[in-house]
Design a protein around this ligand. Sequence first.
Ligand SMILES: NC(=O)c1ccc[n+]([C@@H]2O[C@H](COP(=O)([O-])OP(=O)(O)OC[C@H]3O[C@@H](n4cnc5c(N)ncnc54)[C@H](O)[C@@H]3O)[C@@H](O)[C@H]2O)c1
Length: 389
Amino acid sequence: MNWNQPLEFIPGKVITLSTHLEKPSPFYFGYDIEKSFTAELEKYSFDKIFFFTEPHLFALYGKDLYLNICEKYRCELEFVPTGESCKYFPVLEETCEKLIEKGASKKSILLSFGGGTVGNIVGLVAGLIYRGIRFIEVPTSMTGQTDSTLSNKQAVNGKTGKNHFGVYHSPIFIWTDTKYLKTDPPTSRRSGIIEGVKNGFISDATFLDYLEATLHQDAKYTDEELYDLAYKIILSKLEILKRDPSEKTYGIILEYGHTFGHGIEWLEKGKMSHGEAVSFGMKIAAELCQELGLISQADVDRHYHVIENKLGFNNPFPKTITADKLMDAMIADNKKTGRDLRFVLLEKIGQCDNRQGDYLVTVDPVLVKQVVENFIQRQQVEQKTLVLA
Ligand SMILES: NC(=O)c1ccc[n+]([C@@H]2O[C@H](COP(=O)([O-])OP(=O)(O)OC[C@H]3O[C@@H](n4cnc5c(N)ncnc54)[C@H](O)[C@@H]3O)[C@@H](O)[C@H]2O)c1
């Protein structure tokens, strides 16, 4: 793939892809493609659409799409709480019960219009009602468009960790319009792009070269640049999913930096985005790989350079997170797999370690804790130096 070849920017043109998952969904991509949406709906038979979004996203863009749908079909508007706060049991229960009261049937379709959080809660509600009804995802954030919709995992958070309760449920289609990315806040944009940076580190060094040359530290991009960038990040994930649609063998590499990242995100209790937590997680994972003799100091430095200088994720590490707290959070989170602390590790830039026949490698917790302690200590020294300067 020649990543440097720009995708021709044709507003209104719908590009058809597939998610390449075990239960694949059509993935429609374009800029300003709203007018074609109802034509796609015509392929399906249903009694009603329940349109879920956040109030500010409805005011920004959702209203146009909603009114378009209302012209031809029965459609009802529902709001969910903003951001991660919608991914909890009380919201799940309330939403499910409300839908039953409002007459949702097995023939109804739910539509999520928003970031990864709206997609996750609506996907889970759709997976549970009557043991599963259909849903459509219209992602509006960079993470939603390039990452969370390319996975059929729908979940809410539990008391001790992220995404503990959920189901695999695939949408009938995904509708990605990069026009919405214009107002995606910088942190949210970076959160989506970091997963692309990760895809470069784990599977394709040439994609990393492209991102390193293309990214802007201030996260400001033109419509054309966002269109090109989102498309290529999507392709970089699809290349991985084509090799493992289950995401359980080779696809596990997508979890690079996430063992640390999920722990950090959880400890920050909504104050830090998923993507920013993963950006710290990737830096610590790189340090761990170097400690294990897998990659060089130059490779570690490249993580810092791309994440901080190119992507612009350069906030200080939260002072409240200690090595002990992070280890406890990771162990709690790891109960999912019921095994020791396991990590995706790099063998070199663009390739993950699979010498034991598994892309999740068990690492001695004592060593992991040492790496985390060193990372936190260095961060604190850097912050002190910055204050003194
Ligand atoms: N299922 C998966 O495999 C998977 C993968 C990655 C992430 N996720 C989940 O996705 C969530 C993160 O998704 P996210 O980063 O999209 O977060 P999000 O849904 O909280 O959106 C981030 C913020 O951006 C706002 N926003 C979204 N689109 C906007 C737009 N076009 N203009 C202005 N504001 C906009 C939202 O209101 C929110 O405040 C996490 O819960 C994470 O666990 C799931």
